[in-house]
Design a protein around this ligand. Structure first.
Ligand code: SAM
Length: 354
């Protein structure tokens, strides 16, 4: 039950298209592939999955067309993700096409970094604005246990490449798992400082794919702040009025870090994000059970205006508060079991794009 039921609105204060909670359509995550070269046990614990059929993947032209429609409706921030986006063949070509869209204010990439040292230069040249690299541990053995692969040196090389290439606002994302890497928070902060990157600690979420999730394994925002406070002294919240998922803090020495606390302290009220899967399904929430098939419209010959009308009407009706509703569930467990995920791979985090 909402404490303050929202007044339905369809225009946000700045005049942009808005949903039923007044949230603008501003940020789009585009998953370019459901495949990944790591098998992080909190995301893709299985070796094999039901992969999206290749002929159903959007071509670069189709992605660019859909993004064009989204940006005509107010989207300004586009993040390319996956799966592992750098596995998509000729990926810099897609970046080049999107970089030509002048309505995109922030064209960003989320990557595990394994292939970034190889592709970083081409991506910079193609016009990529920003990069966020996932880094859960500084220890190679731990990385191998966590991901099932021994690519830790390549990940560190990828981060170094991003630094050397001068990508601004470099970010490192760390999912903190109790008993796995919760002893590395300050090491990661120190490492982030050394490579001029802001570290963001993410609470372990019970989204699709996290089939080994349990509440006990969640190292909470409160615990993160307590641990870092003991090490560094008083931590000051920056209290930014932002729709970004991370809440940012400053250490006494000025170092800034973030926490994404979607599990214990969700932030649905500010959520302006939606997600496009590699095969063209549009999801309004990481927790949503169903999406809108935009590929079908595109391939049936719908015009940009028709697709825009569909997107507008779906967004206007949006009332999703997935993380808040999950947090309100007293007894939490695995959200979606492996059998159900096999029946509908769109429910997977690696399909939907994290
Ligand atoms: N492969 C790319 C990467 O590793 O950055 C992009 C896709 S990955 C799904 C995006 C982010 O989602 C990663 O930082 C990953 O750690 C995070 N993630 C995956 N499963 C998660 C979970 N259960 N809880 C919290 N974050 C998760």
């Amino acid at each position: 039950m909402l404490r303050n039921p929202p007044i339905p609105v369809d225009v946000s204060p700045d005049g942009a298209l808005a949903d039923r909670l007044g949230r603008p359509l501003r940020s789009l995550r585009v998953s370019v592939t459901d495949r990944c070269n790591l098998r992080c046990n909190y995301c893709m614990p299985q070796e094999e999955y039901v992969w999206l059929p290749r002929q159903e993947l959007l071509t670069f032209e189709e992605i660019a067309r859909l993004v064009e429609v989204f940006t005509s409706l107010g989207v300004e921030d586009v993040r390319l993700t996956g799966g592992e986006p750098l596995l998509r063949r000729d990926f810099p070509q897609l970046v080049r096409m999107l970089a030509a869209n002048s309505r995109i204010r922030d064209l960003a990439l989320t990557t595990n970094g394994v292939l970034f040292a190889e592709q970083g230069e081409a991506l910079r040249a193609a016009g990529l604005h920003r990069v966020t690299l996932s880094l859960d541990t500084l220890r190679a053995k731990r990385f191998a246990t966590l991901t099932g692969r021994d690519n830790h040196p390549q990940v560190l090389a990828g981060i170094e490449a991003a630094r050397q290439l001068g990508f601004p606002n470099l970010k490192l994302d760390t999912v903190v798992l109790r008993g796995v890497n919760d002893d590395e928070l300050s090491d990661l902060i120190e490492y982030g400082r050394s490579v001029n990157a802001e570290v963001r600690f993410i609470e372990y979420m019970d989204v699709g794919g996290a089939t080994q999730w349990s509440l006990e394994k969640v190292f909470t925002r409160a615990e993160m702040l307590e641990q870092l406070g003991k090490r560094y002294g008083a931590i000051a919240p920056l209290n930014e009025n932002s729709s970004a998922p991370a809440e940012r803090f400053r250490l006494p020495d000025g170092t800034v870090f973030g926490i994404i606390a979607s599990t214990t302290t969700p932030f649905c009220r500010g959520c302006d994000r939606s997600r496009l899967t590699a095969d063209g399904f549009w999801y309004l929430c990481l927790y949503a059970q169903a999406g809108t098939d935009l590929r079908q419209m595109l391939r049936a010959g719908a015009s940009a205006a028709e697709i825009a009308a569909r997107i507008s009407s779906v967004w206007r009706a949006r009332s999703d508060r997935g993380a808040e509703l999950r947090a309100a569930t007293g007894e939490r467990g695995v959200l979606i079991g492996i059998e159900q995920l096999r029946l509908d791979p769109h429910l997977e985090m690696h399909t939907r794009g994290g």
